[in-house]
Write a protein that binds this ligand. Structure first.
Ligand code: PHE
Length: 460
């Protein structure tokens, strides 16, 4: 079968693109599934009261996440360029919609700064797991091990720089595609291991308490901030609002089914998160951890679950290696936003763009790495740098990006062009779906994001 030729980019940029549907799914899934699922989802669910938070998160994913993801990918595929050039090329007049791309770049730097530190903890845990020193169901032991790691400035910095060097190496050697394929291959393994963890966790004494926390909503814990946090998580987990999906969309083939890819990515992403939740919360209640332990949650509870099974130590090593692989895929996709902008807009070669991005990240990231030690007292609005970068990106920048992306598609680009592009130039005839998605993009998502943001930030 001959492949349809790719339509050229209106920006005149030349692109290699993904050669197969497999590559597309691998990369998009690799971006979505990461520490957002394994680390952030459980800890935020725990800190925000459990099932009620989960419910809002699900609603945000369906009403906002899905349409925004389709919008981003469709825009990117149509223009086949970095987010700034994409928006410039598709804006009929000289309105500055390209600023979405600039905000996205800022968000990418903020997220990468703290994310690289969490990846650093994961890398460090591979080695801790190898030594067996953390395999315990005693909260005091696992908490002490985690605190020792994050409160040691040297360890925190060196592990983070190691992570950045590793990611830089992958990008500079040009083996990104290989890593994405590897991620896809290893993902089922992560899935299986999580399933095993769930089975173990469900056999624990207080499993039912854990499940009730996760699935029985208690709306007394609900507040505008909780709703905003849940929405921010929906953006973060699906890599939305900062141009990552637009950038990946720019590598999509013209015949790729965007709605189907989006549904698949969302479902897989959701499954991984749910499994992580089911693996963690029964253990939290059985062994007496605090559900609201914060960013430490996964790192202190997972060893407790592994301590309950034979060969737990080996399996825990495998778990953290798989988490590291998933996190690497997500980091690569975040890096792609600034690197591509510096490359295509500023004319830097890709290696130079990569090095510049890494240099900035070492500077900004170090601030996050030291947030639990040297810089612990340096706070803005009551938050240390690590938390500040996280909150500003997830609860402010990504939703703002989302508002402007939906407004752009809904009101500037318009229905006809969106339908053309999303339906593969008429090859996929699903009029109802296109209309429903467009309706969400034009009216529902932007308003919803705006209200949740303003309320959550106490503006009114
Ligand atoms: N979605 C990724 C995760 O869950 C994080 C991410 C956010 C990646 C934003 C790209 C852009 O880990």
């Amino acid at each position: 079968m001959t492949r349809p030729t790719q339509t050229p980019s209106p920006t005149g940029l030349k692109r290699a693109g993904f050669s197969s549907g497999f590559g597309v799914l691998a990369a998009t899934l690799g971006s979505a599934v990461g520490l957002g699922n394994i680390w952030k989802f459980p800890y935020l669910t725990g800190a925000n009261g459990g099932a009620g938070f989960l419910l809002v998160y699900l609603l945000a994913t369906l009403l906002i996440g899905l349409p925004v993801m389709m919008a981003e990918i469709t825009l990117g595929r149509t223009a086949k360029a970095n987010p700034i050039s994409t928006l410039q090329a598709l804006t009929p007049n000289r309105q500055p919609w390209w600023l979405i791309g600039v905000a996205g770049m800022l968000a990418a730097f903020l997220i990468l700064s703290f994310y690289s530190e969490v990846v650093a903890w994961v890398f460090a845990y591979v080695f801790k797991a190898l030594r067996g020193s953390i395999l315990s169901s005693d909260p005091q032991v696992t908490e002490a091990a985690f605190n020792a790691l994050i409160s040691d400035p040297l360890q925190a910095l060196l592990w983070q720089w190691g992570v950045l060097l590793f990611i830089g190496g992958i990008l500079l050697m040009g083996v990104t595609k290989g890593i994405e394929a590897l991620t896809k291959k290893l993902m089922p393994l992560l899935f299986l291991l999580l399933l095993l963890l769930c089975a173990v966790s469900l056999s624990l004494d207080k499993a039912m308490e854990g499940l009730a926390f996760l699935f029985k909503p208690d709306f007394s814990k609900m507040s505008a901030t909780v709703v905003l946090t849940a929405m921010g998580l929906a953006f973060f987990k699906l890599s939305l609002g900062m141009g990552t999906m637009m950038t990946y969309g720019s590598y999509f083939r013209d015949d790729q089914n965007i709605p189907q890819t989006t549904f698949r990515v969302m479902s897989a992403d959701l499954c991984v998160s749910m499994l992580a939740g089911i693996a963690i919360f029964p253990a939290v209640f059985t062994f007496g951890f605090a559900p609201a332990a914060g960013p430490a949650l996964v790192f202190i509870t997972i060893p407790a679950v592994f301590s309950q099974i034979p060969a737990g130590q080996v399996l825990m090593v495998v778990f953290f290696v798989l988490a590291a692989v998933a996190a690497t895929g997500a980091m690569l996709s975040m890096m792609e936003v600034p690197v591509l902008i510096l490359h295509e807009r500023w004319g830097l070669s890709r290696p130079k763009a990569t090095l510049l991005t890494l240099l900035l990240l070492v500077l900004m990231g170090s601030g996050c790495a030291l947030s639990n030690s040297t810089l612990a007292d340096f706070k803005l609005w009551g938050l240390n740098l690590f938390d500040l970068f996280d909150v500003v990106s997830s609860n402010i920048l990504l939703p703002i990006g989302g508002i402007f992306i939906t407004l752009f598609v809904g009101w500037v680009w318009g229905f006809d062009k969106f339908r053309q592009a999303l339906s593969n130039h008429g090859q996929l005839h699903n009029e109802k779906l296109v209309r429903a998605v467009f309706f969400l993009l034009r009216y529902v998502s932007p308003l919803l994001i705006l209200i949740v943001m303003l309320k959550g930030l106490n503006v009114f």
